[in-house]
Design a protein around this ligand. Sequence first.
Ligand code: GAL
Length: 656
Amino acid sequence: MELGVCYYPEHWSKDTWRRDAERMVDLGLSWVRIGEFAWGRLEPHPNQLDFSWLDESMDILGEAGLKVILGTPTATPPKWLCDRDPAIYQVDKEGRIRGFGSRRHYSYNSPDYQRETERIVALLAAHYAHHPALGAWQTDNEYGCHGTIRSYGKHDRVAFQRWCEAKYGHIDKLNEAWWNRFWSMDYQGFSEIELPNLTVTEPNPSHSLDFYRFSSDAAINYNRLQCEIIRRYSDKPISHNVMLFFEDFDHFKLAKDLDIITWDSYPLGMLEQSPLPDPLKTQFMRSGHPDLVSFMHDLYYGLKSKPFWVMEQQPGQVNWAPSNPLPAKGMVRLWTHQAFAHGAEVVSYFRWRAATGAQELMHAGLNKHNGQPDRASLEVKQLKHELKIMPKLSKNPAQVALLFDYENMWATDLQPHAQGWRYWKLAFDYYHSLRKLAVDVDIRHPYDDLDPYALVFAPALHLIDETLAKHLKTYCEAGGHLIIGPRSGMKTLSNTVLDNGITSPTLSAWQNLTGIRVDLVDGLRPNVHEKLSWQAQNYHYHTWADIFELLDAKALAHYRCFSYEGVAIAEKTHARGEVISLGCWGDEGFHQAFFSHCLAAKNIEHQALDEALRQTTLDNRHYWLNFSAKTMPSPLGNIPPYDLRLDIETFYELED
Ligand code: GAL
């Protein structure tokens, strides 16, 4: 368990560099990430490189005993490059160029930018591969930040046409897959294919979903290009920093090319931008919502099923949320422990010193604008001592898994059908209810090996192919228990209706798995809560309801809505396990009751927790974390506000 910081030597006078490095070491930091936006200073004019300042800075950091994560600077193409090759610019959905003056203003599909990327990454990798301070690489910075995955320019269109040709081979196959017979949308050749923007009304969702896949692949291929070049010169691990809500590319696929997954955790900023209800935002405005942060920790652990890093951890206020409250005292320390409790190896803060100019000047650092320590520094100092006496702990496999999938997110969010629909929110509601029941949850991809889990929750498994249906059936036959949420089994991978009246191997495999057919669907208005009855009690649901017809399953619950009756929850048993189909998006009260029933049936220990108290197990040790301004009781004793209790004896040696 180590600490680090993001540092921009190019922002500060050289006189401060050595002192900065010494102070970093004194604070207990071991890692420093640098360089990711520095192209303009590394190559101020075409082919006139100036690596001297970065050499000096890396030397100083290395001499102080720090390890460097060196970022490739491709998130910020410099002005001369943009003026010389303006075709690199990204184009937004409205057809406007996203121009120079901030960052991420390039398209992954620009041949010019791919060439320039290869050149600068190769120069950097060759130059620093053997620098003694180099510990790891970071490719680019936050793919997808500022909505930068989908670009709608000339090069993007050509690349999309090629992608479609490689996928479908013949245009008739594409027309069939997209159901282009509708509204005369048939194409006669791949070079006719348009991008799904600037249409009169919404574009065809099959077209859009393929464009989303293509755009995700483009970002992943661009990242792979960088990784391959770096690996030619260096054997140091390669990372990239992903982030919550930058979800226009498939993080599971990106992870395959990386050695280390890192993510950028801004608990207060993320909460402000999340779809969580306003009262919760107010309640947690100084601590962040515990589950919002840990959901991402668990997802990013799940990308490779191995420890991740937090590359950027909020150290104070951010500058980019609608409101930017100060974190409560103690939260920087608590977030750091929370990350380690969910399997992080390194937590690194953004940034060392607050910028005195430009877009992020209202963003806090470990140090203030004037270079004096800000209050997070005190908390980091405390962590330095705490981490020294913490034993090395690793994550236990959980008994419960939650399945998460980007394609299902894209497909359902493309056609929400109910105003409040958001795949992410449904997945989060499931996670939140389980965490509120004090259960550890692993987040996995639907096609992953599920055998280790006693119970698997799958919100909105919308897009189905035969392989997936069979994979899930094998899990259930072998004794697995699967709970499938609303909007599942509705579509083929082409985003067309699966149950189209023609028996197909996929439809049979899906019906074999679930034993149901969806008879009707209801897309509710916001704030409408209808009733269902389960075990002789009424509960509420909102946003979505699938009304089931039973083929080979039994009913567990029924709707009690004035406009329809019918089955709300159905169960099909398999050789040693079962599938439960949950047709509606339940309120928290229903999820708590129903999930707790499912956990009890599998003898999985659980208990209801306060919204602000969380329990996590690491190496069979318990962490209790208090995200409130009140003292909270826990089995390990009372927890002061924004503090934690651990059953690790040595942890308390500090207090003696
Ligand atoms: C991150 C980004 C950083 C910085 C930070 C501010 O999303 O990677 O470069 O902008 O936000 O909170």
